[in-house]
Design a protein. Sequence first.
Length: 296
Amino acid sequence: MAEELHFGRAAMRLYISQPSLSHQIRKLEEALETPLFVRSSRQVRLTAAGRTLAEEAPRALAALEHAVRLTRRVGSGVATTIRLGYTPVTGFDTLETLLSALSEEHPDITVSAQELYSAEIPGRLCAGDVDIGLALSPQPHDGVDGEILREDAVSAVLCRRHRLAGAPRIPVSDLRGETLLLFPRRLAPAYYDGIIATCHRAGFEPEVRAFEHPPVKAMLARLATRGEVGLAPMSHARYVARSHASLVVREVVDPAIPADLSVLWPVDDLSPAVASVLDTARRCARREGWLGAPVT
């Protein structure tokens, strides 16, 4: 009608009767509480409100059509964006492997990855801020389900000149008197507390320095020059230490300190796309041997 400005021609174009078109326009004007057309015996023209509606309505309808298409595709698990929250220790190896596999298996799924502390991830899942998470030693949380994706243990990262560097494995008791460089407790409380409790069981109070969310190069340089002992999940430690020739990685034993990585998702919202990501993560775990011997 806004294009034709003639009730008869507009009705023919819409394949409806002229009275029906007039009735629908009156109902729209009543709903909007403003006239859209100035009607006279000689012409029909748009009011200022009518011109505004004519300009804005196509954009609104296009946005609605896009929302409907996207909703249908998300419901079918095709062509959507997944928001992934991951803890920093996964960002070098585990996350890289998972994203590579997803690009091959599900090219229609776009992953928007956000680095978060492990302690944050369950709450962000429940709030709907992220769809799936990778967390280090997460604590149980209502409304969040999960499973271990990668079994890991804490290892020591230290300078080649360090007194413990010559041993293939380091008993926990040998860490007595050493300055331990750890991630901040707020990153993963259960992981941090597990290390402290293990030291207590070995009969000593550890001296801890928390490195506040460091750039990796700065953290490695500190270990290489200050004689401290960095403690990190083995997979993370091996990956980052490769870039620094003066550092070595040694397994911490007696007992080994768990540092398992879990994949988490909301209990009540396992969408088809999230289920696809979860299936790919499980295949990665089997193929890479994250839960046992590598698959050949």
